[in-house]
Design a protein around this ligand. Structure first.
Ligand SMILES: Cc1cc2nc3c(=O)[nH]c(=O)nc-3n(C[C@H](O)[C@H](O)[C@H](O)COP(=O)(O)OP(=O)(O)OC[C@H]3O[C@@H](n4cnc5c(N)ncnc54)[C@H](O)[C@@H]3O)c2cc1C
Length: 389
C-alpha cells in the first residue's frame, strides 16, 4: 500500500494517524498550523491553562473508546452533572438529586421550573438513553427549540436552562440547530459526565501525538491547500479571570438565566482540575453569548463583563483579568448532521460536492456534525476506507 498522506492534525487526522501507527501502516501527517489538536487548543499563561473556547469532553461519546482503552483519560475529571441557574433572585442548583443530594433538591422551588418540566426531563432522558445515538441523526428537520416545546418543556424552563446551556454547546442562541444534535448531546450528558483534561483540552491531542513516530508527523506543513476553505463557522469568545476562591460554583457550570446581558455561562475549571490554575488561585472562565462574540472587544469590555459576572453571582470577586480568546472558526455551520461514520452514511459529501477522486478521502467533523465524536469517527472511517483500496 502506498504511504498515506493525512492533511490536518485535528482530532480527525490524529485519530487516523493513531490507528495507522497502531497497525504499523506507513503514513505522513501534515498539520498546517504550529500546534496539534486543531480546535482543541490551550494556551498557557502564568500557570493558567486557557482553552480556546469553553470546551468539555463528553465522556459517553462512543468514538472515545480507542483512546479510553489506551488510558488517555485516566486522570480526566468531571464537572458535576447539572448547573447553577443565576437570576436576580440568587443562584439555584439544577442537578440530579439522586447524584447530588440534598443540593439538587433546590430546583424544585425555582419559579421557572414546573413539575411538568421535571417530568419532561425524566421522560426525555429515559427515551434517549434507550436509543443508540446513530438513530438521532435519522431524519426530521425540527429545530431544537421546536423539539423542546413538543417534548413538553415550558418556555420559562427553556429560557432559564436549555437556552443558555445549549447556547454554550451549539454556539447559537436561537436553538435553531437540528434537534438531532440536541438529542445527541443530551444523550451523551445523561449517559456520562463532562470531563476536563489536566492542563487543558489540548492535553488529549498531545497525548495522541506522543504515541506517533516523530519522523512521520509535521507541523507547519501544508502540502495541499485547504479544500474546506469555503466553510462558514460560528464563533465564540471566552474571557478569563484569576480569582481567589471558586466563587461558590464548585464543580458546576453556572448559566445566566436572567435573559439579559452579554454573559452566557461561567465555570471555574480549576475547581474540577486543579492544574487549570497555579496553586492558591482559581481560573474563572466567562463565556459570552455568541451574538456578542466578535462584536465587542472583550479586552476593552473586561471591566463591564466582570461587573456583570459579579452581579450574577451577587458577590465581589476581586478578580484579575488574564486574557480574552475569540475563536472565529469554532463550529462549522451547515454540516450534513449525520452521525459521522462515513461507511454507514455512505458518502463523502463536502459542501455539496462529492469527491470523485477515489484515492482522496475527506474526514473531519464538518462532513458529519460539529462534535468531537464525529471528528474521531470520521478518522476511524478514513482508515477503513484507505485500507480497503
Ligand atoms: C469552543 C469550542 C467548543 C466545542 N465544544 C464541543 C463540545 O462540547 N462537544 C463536542 O463534541 N465538540 C465540541 N467542539 C467541536 C470539536 O472540538 C470539533 O468538532 C473537533 O475538534 C473537530 O476536529 P477536526 O479534526 O474535524 O477539525 P479541526 O479541529 O478543525 O482540525 C483540522 C486541522 O486541519 C488543519 N488543516 C486544514 N487544512 C489543512 C491542510 N491543507 N494541510 C494541513 N493541515 C490542514 C487545521 O489547521 C486544523 O488543525 C467544540 C469546538 C470549539 C472550538
Amino acid at each position: 500500500m502506498p504511504e498515506i498522506q493525512i492533511l490536518g492534525g485535528g482530532m480527525a487526522g490524529l485519530t487516523a494517524a493513531y490507528l495507522l501507527e497502531q497497525q504499523k501502516q506507513p503514513y505522513q501527517l501534515h498539520e498546517a498550523s504550529t500546534h496539534w489538536g486543531g480546535k482543541l487548543e490551550t494556551t498557557l499563561v502564568d500557570g493558567f491553562a486557557l482553552d480556546h473556547g469553553f470546551q468539555v469532553i463528553q465522556s459517553a461519546y462512543p468514538a472515545l473508546s480507542e483512546f479510553k482503552k489506551a488510558g488517555m483519560f485516566h486522570d480526566a475529571l468531571a464537572f458535576g452533572s447539572g448547573a447553577w441557574l443565576l437570576t436576580a433572585s440568587g443562584k439555584t442548583l439544577l442537578a440530579d438529586p439522586t447524584k447530588h443530594f440534598p443540593k439538587g433538591l433546590g430546583a424544585i422551588f425555582h419559579p421557572d421550573i414546573k413539575i411538568s418540566d421535571a417530568l419532561a426531563v425524566v421522560k426525555l432522558r429515559s427515551k434517549l438513553l434507550a436509543n443508540h445515538p446513530e438513530n438521532f441523526f435519522q431524519g426530521g428537520t425540527q429545530t431544537t427549540h421546536q423539539f423542546l416545546l413538543q417534548s413538553g418543556f415550558s418556555e420559562s424552563f427553556i429560557e432559564s436552562f436549555f437556552r443558555p446551556f445549549f447556547t454554550g454547546i451549539l454556539l447559537e442562541e436561537a436553538l435553531a440547530s437540528p434537534h438531532s444534535m440536541f438529542q445527541f448531546v443530551f444523550w451523551a450528558l445523561a449517559k456520562g459526565p463532562a470531563w476536563l483534561m489536566p492542563g487543558g483540552v489540548q492535553t488529549l491531542p498531545n497525548r495522541i501525538v506522543s504515541t506517533l513516530n516523530p519522523s512521520r508527523i509535521h507541523l507547519n506543513s501544508e502540502p495541499m491547500s485547504n479544500h474546506q476553505a469555503g466553510i462558514s463557522f460560528k464563533s465564540t469568545t471566552v474571557v478569563y479571570f484569576s480569582i481567589e476562591t471558586d466563587a461558590g460554583l464548585g464543580k458546576f457550570i453556572a448559566l445566566n438565566a436572567s435573559r439579559m446581558g452579554r454573559v452566557n455561562l461561567l465555570a471555574v475549571p480549576s475547581a474540577v482540575q486543579e492544574g487549570y490554575a497555579p496553586k492558591g488561585k482559581h481560573l474563572l472562565a466567562v463565556s459570552l453569548k455568541p451574538s456578542f462574540s466578535g462584536k465587542v472587544d472583550a479586552h476593552e469590555a473586561k471591566n463591564e463583563i466582570l461587573t456583570e459576572v459579579e452581579n450574577l453571582l451577587q458577590q465581589p470577586l476581586n478578580a484579575q483579568f488574564i486574557q480574552s480568546i475569540e475563536v472565529k472558526k469554532a463550529l462549522p455551520n451547515n454540516t450534513p448532521y449525520n452521525y459521522g461514520d462515513i461507511d454507514s452514511s455512505g458518502g463523502m459529501e463536502v459542501d455539496g460536492e462529492v469527491n470523485s477522486d477515489d484515492s482522496t478521502f475527506f474526514a473531519g467533523a464538518s462532513i458529519a456534525n460539529p462534535s468531537l465524536n464525529a471528528a474521531i469517527l470520521s478518522g476511524i472511517s478514513f482508515v477503513k476506507r484507505v485500507k480497503s483500496l
